[in-house]
Structures are given as C-alpha cells and as structure tokens.
Design a protein around this ligand. Structure first.
Ligand code: SAM
Length: 261
C-alpha cells in the first residue's frame, strides 16, 4: 500500500466518495458525485466566502474550493477527527478550515457574513429546523445563496407498519400540499438523529417564510433540495414576533375555530 492508501484506510467510517488523487476515491457510502449534480452548485465561486454546514468528510467543501471560493469554512458539531475530513484535507493539500460547532450557535461564532451557505443532509436531523434556517439567514449577505438538500417524504411516507408508501398513492392531492412527517425517535433506519422530514413543497415554504426567494428546487424519490437567495426581512416579519418578549395582540380578522366546537 502507498501513503495515500494508508491514509485512506486510517479512517474507518468514510461517508463521502472524494477523489483525493486522480482515480483514487475515499470509500464513502454516499454517491457524492451524483448528489453534487442534483444540487446544481454554481460552477464559478471565485472570490466567495462559503460555509458548509454539517460538512462531514468535506466533499462539498473541497468542491467549493476547487470552484474558486476565496475562503471555505466547514462547520460540524462532530470533531474533524471523527470524520475523514483531516485525511482528505491533507491528501488534497486543501486550505478549507474546520470549525467544531452547532448550527444553532452560528451567530455566536462570529464568522462574519457568507456569500454561499451549503446546508446539505442536515435539516431532517434537527429538532429546531426554523431556528437553523434563521441562523443561515443571519449569516448570509443580502443576495447570498443557500444550497439546501434533505431527505424528503415525497418518495415515501412511513405508515403505521413501518412500510414506505408513496405520498401520491395515499392521496394524489398530497403531492401539492405542504406536509411533513415526524419520526418517533430511533424508528427511521434505527437512527435517533432522524427527527422528521418535509415534503419538497414544505421545504420551499419554510425557506420562503424565512426571508428567501426560491431560485431552483428539485426532488428525486426520498431526496430533494433547493437554491434560495437571501432577501432583507421586513420589520414586521413573523420571526421577530416569535422571538419577542412582548407582543401586542391585534383583534383576530378571521375566526379559524369551526362553529360546532
Ligand atoms: C448526513 S451528514 C451530511 C453530510 C454532508 N453535508 C452531505 O450532505 O453529504 C449530516 C452531518 O451534519 C452534522 N450535523 C448534524 N446536526 C448538526 C448540528 N446541529 N450542527 C452542526 N452539524 C450538525 C453531522 O455531524 C453530520 O456530519
């Protein structure tokens, strides 16, 4: 075995398939190149500051560096050494910086504003997805972009027996409604960190509701994503009311309670 093979085999749990030398790939379980094609990452990132949230082994961070980003930060709440990041970084001779931190603490990390934030394969693990989206909005320049990817339920809703059912097989109208499924802890592929999943329409609405214009959106069975541009939040945005200590209630314009309740 040569040095590169030794380095690669020093990591036991590769997730990404990274081409670290011509024709030499890390043995990740994910089809990283296939996912890269779905997310439509812009080809030219020259001069941009990029943040990759939940970077894991860093496939997407390294790709942003290759595409000319001026600075790439990989953020993850696990340590770099518990992933293949440091090994891939060493072989590639990359300058991507790893920061150990939680997305919810992004504001306190004082990393400054970014032109592009990648948020791939993370949102369905989160118990507080809107809070995470707010943190992303706060960390983007106005006009900056979020590239988002998630497990989605359009390709499969888990029924009471644990079987997958296509949403449209349950009812074709569900394909156009903003629905989500919450997983009992540990029930989805026995992974306690799988908290919930949106439909692709729901994912789009959550970003629209949080100060983003949706530029592009895609779905493919159980995975989907979007590219969203950050816009300025209006002063009466519901987010500010939600986090306020003191709110003056207006009289309700509509009574949503059915008459027979
Ligand atoms: C399924 S992996 C996705 C890796 C990569 N982004 C991709 O799409 O291939 C999820 C990653 O998000 C990280 N993660 C999960 N929750 C997080 C949180 N609250 N803050 C920061 N990182 C988180 C995990 O440690 C893991 O590396």
């Amino acid at each position: 075995m040569n040095d590169i093979d030794n380095l690669i085999s020093s990591v036991s749990n590769w997730f990404h398939k990274i081409e670290v030398a011509p024709g030499v790939f890390t043995p990740g379980i994910q089809d990283s190149q296939g996912l890269l094609e779905h997310i439509k990452l812009p080809m030219n990132l020259s001069g941009m500051r990029v943040l990759d949230i939940g970077a894991r082994d860093g496939f997407f961070s390294f790709e942003c560096e290759k595409r000319g980003a001026a600075e790439v930060i990989a953020l993850d709440y696990t340590s770099a050494d518990s992933t293949g990041f440091n090994v891939a970084k060493q072989i590639l001779g990359s300058k991507v910086k790893w920061i150990n931190g939680n997305i919810y603490s992004l504001n306190e990390l004082n990393l400054g504003k970014f032109d592009l934030i990648l948020f791939l394969g993370v949102i369905y693990h989160l118990r507080h997805p809107y809070l995470a989206i707010d943190r992303i909005h706060d960390s983007l320049n106005v006009g900056g972009k979020a590239v988002v990817e998630s497990h989605i339920i359009d390709g499969g809703f888990v029924d009471e027996k644990g079987d997958w059912i296509n949403l449209v097989d349950l009812n074709p109208r569900l394909a156009n409604l903003a629905v989500a499924q919450f997983y009992e802890s540990g029930k989805l592929v026995k992974d306690k960190s799988n908290a919930w999943a949106p439909s692709i329409d729901t994912l789009n609405i959550m970003f629209k509701n949080s100060g983003f214009d949706i530029e592009y959106s895609w779905s493919y069975h159980f995975r989907g994503g979007l590219i969203a541009t950050s816009v300025e939040l209006e002063s009466d945005h519901p987010r500010f009311m939600d986090s306020s200590e003191s709110v003056v209630l207006k009289s309700p314009e509509t009574n949503l309670v059915p008459k027979n309740i």
